[in-house]
Structures are given as C-alpha cells and as structure tokens.
Design a protein around this ligand. Structure first.
Ligand code: 0O2
Length: 210
C-alpha cells in the first residue's frame, strides 16, 4: 500500500459511512411516503493528482493537508427543490455524530463563475485500529439544476485547464441564469409535484407489502 493510500484510508471510510447514513435518511422519508429532501448522494475521495494540483494552486504544504485542504473527502447531496436544501442543512445541524466547522452559502452568494451550492465542512470521527481519528469532510448540498450546471462547468474547466474561453464563459453565465430560473419555476409548482410524488411512493410501498 502506498503512503497516499494509507493517508487517504480514513477519508475513504468517512465518505463511505456518511453515504450510508445519508441514504438511510432518504429511505426513511420514502418509507413514510413523505417527499424526500434527498434525491441522491454521491461521495468521493479526491484523487492524488487533484490533491497535488490544488496544493500547488493554493500553496498548501503537503504536510499540512489534513487541515489545509478541507475537501480531501467530499460528499454531495442533490435535492429536487431549493427549499429542500434548507431542510437537509437543518437535518445535518441536528446530528450528533460529527461537528460542523464551517458553512459556506454559495446560493445566497453565488460565485463569479455562476456556481451555486451550499457547503458545510464537517469534522467526522473515524474509528481506526489506532483509535479515533477526526477528518474534515466537505459536504455540498445543491439542487439537480445546480448540479447539472456545476458538472458541465467542471468538465469544461478541466478541458481548458481553468482557462475557459470568454464566449463559452458567457454561455455558462447564461446557463447559470437559466438553472436559477428553473429552480424558481419548480419551487412555484413544488406543492403540486410533491403531492404527485407522495401518491406514487405510497402506491409503490403498498405494492411492496402485497
Ligand atoms: P474538485 O475537482 O471538485 O475536487 P476557497 O475556499 O475558495 O479557498 P476551496 O477549498 O476550493 O477554496 O473551496 P470552495 O471554493 O468552497 O470549493 C470547493 C469545491 O466546490 C471545489 O472543489 C468544487 O467541487 C466546488 N466548486 C467551487 N467553486 C466551483 C465552481 O466555480 N464551479 C464548479 N463546477 N465547482 C466549484 P475543487 O477542488 O475546486 O474541485
């Protein structure tokens, strides 16, 4: 096992555990036939090449990664509606199995790129054979529309090594506006959509019991 693998093992454990816990919340909502504020959950440990790139970009010494790079472990919760983000954040705030060390609201305060998302940095305790180790985990909470935009923008940033041509940047700004409008429109018909989804989930649950 390489030194990187050993170093990243507790981060891998943290994201795996959080993924299971968050999926558990989603299932509990579904069983109770309530609208679930969690559409899906993804998680990853940052690849070593990305860690090295970011450390260079942000001047983080490699021996200070544990505190200096908050997103070595990343978990993402994707919601249907903007309002669900608040519900999820409230749920996270009530948890006792980790501590919240920071919250960043890029929804109220979107980034110049057009990026919108709600970020929380957690200090999560992992049980290792050497005892408990607390690791930082970045939790991103965003709607499907915000996620669509961020995924596309992230790929373009990768393709152009962070130097996206001006015309594409302008289109991305317009797409960000469109994603914002989509979230707004969906919020307006939210009650209708939620009623429909609750009927569907109840039918599915009944079908499962038969
Ligand atoms: P990757 O490849 O996703 O891992 P800062 O607080 O500004 O000093 P930091 O630590 O980058 O810097 O925190 P920030 O800004 O909260 O961003 C953390 C992560 O949020 C990023 O990780 C992205 O995943 C996402 N993010 C932030 N800004 C943008 C953006 O403009 N577009 C997209 N698509 N995603 C963004 P990484 O390490 O940049 O990337």
């Amino acid at each position: 096992m390489s030194n990187w693998e050993i170093f990243l093992t507790p981060y891998k454990q943290a994201v795996d555990e959080l993924k299971i816990k968050l999926k558990g919340i989603r299932e509990q909502y579904q069983q109770s036939s309530k609208h679930t504020p969690i559409e899906f959950v993804t998680a990853r440990v940052k690849p070593v090449t990305s860690i090295l790139d970011k450390a260079k970009r942000k001047n983080v010494p490699l021996d200070q990664l544990e505190e200096g790079m908050q997103d070595l472990a990343g978990v993402r919760i994707v919601t249907q509606f903007v309002e669900d983000i608040e519900t999820v954040v409230e749920l996270i705030r009530t948890r006792r199995d980790f501590e919240i060390v920071e919250e960043r609201d890029y929804i109220f305060d979107k980034k110049p790129s057009g990026y919108r998302s709600y970020h929380l940095v957690l200090r999560y305790p992992v049980q290792t054979i050497e005892g408990e180790k607390k690791v930082l985990v970045e939790l991103q909470v965003r709607t499907l529309a915000m996620n669509f935009w961020a995924t596309i923008e992230h790929s373009l940033n990768y393709k152009y090594s962070g130097e996206i041509p001006e015309d594409i940047k302008m289109r991305l700004q317009r797409a960000a506006e469109a994603a914002f409008k989509l979230d707004e429109e969906m919020s307006i018909i939210r009650d209708e959509v939620r009623d429909a989804q609750e009927i569907i989930t109840t039918k599915q649950e009944q079908g499962r019991k038969l």
